[in-house]
Design a protein around this ligand. Structure first.
Ligand code: FE2
Length: 150
């Protein structure tokens, strides 16, 4: 989650993550946002390096993220997430890096596999950048059939 998309300030959303993930446990919403954005900034620097390195030797990369990296890939109950959920269901910073690197390598393909929102869907962000968001039901682990959906 990146806190940049949607409306963090007015969102009534309280995820279990805020209580169960030690790095996110704070009663101060501004401090939580600062932590989330700090983690995202750290992650994108590493991601940019790893994806560029991967494309030096491969033409198709599978990129696994927990959080959907684009607004349109943050599916929730069959629809893209609304402004209340987007701050916690997407990471714009990661999406920016993937868009940047996909643009640098138009003949390569990037496929992102993610989850987190429990909703499922496929979003073609660019002709060479597709995001597959796997659905989930608590207590019912399942396997996503990538051959037939991506
Ligand atoms: Fe999650």
């Amino acid at each position: 989650m990146g806190g940049r998309l949607g409306n963090y300030e007015d969102s009534p959303v309280e995820l279990n993550d805020f209580y169960l993930i030690e790095d996110l446990t704070t009663a101060d919403r501004a401090e939580r946002l600062e932590r989330i954005q700090s983690f995202a900034a750290e992650a994108v620097d590493r991601l940019r390096h790893v994806v560029r390195s991967g494309l030096e030797t491969h033409t198709h990369l599978l990129i696994l993220t927990h959080i959907p990296p684009f607004k349109g890939a943050a599916w929730h109950e069959g629809e893209p997430s609304n402004d209340d959920w987007l701050p916690f269901f997407s990471c714009e910073a990661v999406g920016g890096v993937l868009t940047e690197v996909a643009g640098e390598h138009p003949s390569a393909n990037l496929t992102v596999l993610c989850g987190h929102t429990h909703g499922e869907g496929v979003r073609e962000v660019l002709p060479n950048l597709t995001v597959v968001t796997g659905g989930a039901v608590y207590g019912r682990p399942a396997i996503v059939d990538l051959i037939n959906i991506a």
